[in-house]
Design a protein around this ligand. Structure first.
Ligand code: PMP
Length: 415
């Protein structure tokens, strides 16, 4: 069996080491939905709750100061992780969904007008589609969709084809949560900027898998979620270029986001607080800081190679099973996600049969209904790997898929 040094990391993730039912060990391959948490993240959250569970930026007392320090340190860590110039450009949100809504509702409402166009792609998750639909309806915008290739890749030329002189926003996923497709962001950003459009990157899948450097890519906004990168649920990030964040009005009002308040009006606080009304997700942000520390200590090249190896193995094993169609591009064009359609087996049945063997995958439309319509599928199965998955996990997946396929094949009515 092939093993990698990354196998050693498994001990850091307590949830990996369990039987989901007596005698059935867990094989966790639902990482695109959410990842497991390593001890340093669990301990960081626990330390906050146990030792200094105070509110931030308010109390002039020791616990509040300690909480504020840890919370702002986490922001600085996340800023460094994505190559942001300044921690003030990292806005805490509840996750990718809220981050994209914030851009649409704040930047979009302030700067888009009737007839303006927003370019999206076939690959988009509902989180990077519905907020734009809502804004389009309100403001009379046109949405245009860059089409994927037959094998599920997104070529920069496809984006270029739908750009016009009315394009103001290109909102694009860095990596598809259904097909695993990695999108070539740099040429897309360059083309958009040439035309004076801004680029909003949905990094929910991209950031966890290959650290995105916003300075290198030049994206105007980047949205991502803590829980898909070893961090807690309930916290995410919106990164924005300073000029945009300065120009944007707040989307929500409340405490902390204001400097001075009278009965009639208010003055906004500075970045990043202008966008963070109310008590923020303090424990979660501190946990995300710990997650970023954890990921930063790993060799990102080795992690990428490990995930590539897992995908190559998954493609080899799954494509050898009769009736299994792998969705999306070949491993060199994607991250650690393998979408599949198994002839004669509904994805929900597939997921249920796999679960009996302890193999956790996801089945359904994965919040990407238009993509499934394009693929001509009612639903799909999705296995998604992360740094702690092993070749043996992929083998257990393939063996279970093989058994599911046979079970249904044998059951099919004969004519
Ligand atoms: N975009 C993509 C590509 C995703 O995979 C997800 C999560 N499935 C989201 C956006 C939404 O993330 P969240 O639910 O954490 O807001």
């Amino acid at each position: 069996e092939r093993t990698t040094p990354l196998d050693l990391l498994r001990a850091d993730f307590p949830a990996l080491d369990q039987e989901i039912r007596p005698g059935v060990r867990l094989t966790y391959l639902d990482n695109a939905a959410t990842t497991l948490k390593p001890w340093p993240v669990i301990r960081a959250v626990q330390a906050f709750d146990a030792e200094y569970p105070a509110n931030v930026h308010r109390g002039i007392h020791a616990l509040s100061e300690r909480a504020t320090e840890a919370y702002e340190l986490a922001r600085a860590k996340v800023a460094r992780f994505i190559g942001a110039e300044d921690p003030e450009q990292v806005i805490w949100t509840r996750g990718t969904t809220e981050s994209i809504n914030l851009v649409a509702q704040s930047w979009g409402r302030a700067f888009l007008k009737e007839g303006d166009e927003v370019v999206l792609s076939d690959l988009e998750h509902h989180a990077n589609l519905v907020p734009w639909q809502m804004l389009a309806k309100e403001r009379g915008l046109t949405l245009r969709f860059a089409e994927i290739t037959e094998d599920g890749r997104l070529e920069p030329e496809a984006v270029e084809r739908v750009m016009t002189d009315r394009t103001r926003v290109v909102a694009i996923s860095a990596m598809s949560n259904v097909l695993g497709t990695v999108v070539p962001l740099e040429p897309i950003v360059a083309m958009a900027h040439e035309r004076g459009a801004i680029v909003v990157v949905d990094g929910a899948q991209g950031v966890p898998h290959r650290a995105i450097d916003v300075s290198a890519i030049g994206a105007d906004f980047l949205a991502f979620s803590g829980h898909k990168m070893c961090g807690p649920t309930g916290v995410g990030v919106l990164y924005g270029k300073r000029e945009h964040l300065e120009a944007m009005p707040p989307a929500w009002g409340g405490g902390s986001m204001v400097m001075r308040v009278t009965r009639e009006s208010s003055e906004w606080n500075d970045l990043p607080y202008k966008f963070e009304p109310g008590t923020p997700p303090i424990a979660q942000a501190i946990g995300l800081g710990a997650a970023v520390d954890y990921l930063s200590k790993l060799d990102s090249g080795a992690v990428a190679a490990h995930e590539r190896g897992l995908m190559e193995h998954a493609h080899r094993r799954l494509s050898a099973i009769e009736g299994v169609r792998i969705l999306g591009p070949s491993p060199e064009h994607k991250g650690g996600i393998v979408g599949m359609d198994v002839e004669g087996v509904h994805p929900h049945d597939l997921a249920q049969l796999l679960d009996r063997e302890g193999v956790a995958i996801r089945a359904g439309q994965h919040c990407a209904m238009p993509l499934h319509q394009k693929l001509g599928l009612a639903a799909s199965g999705r296995a998604s790997a992360y740094l702690y998955n092993t070749t043996e996990d992929v083998d257990r997946l393939a063996d279970a898929v093989d058994r599911a396929r046979h079970l249904f094949k044998d059951r099919r009515p004969r004519r």
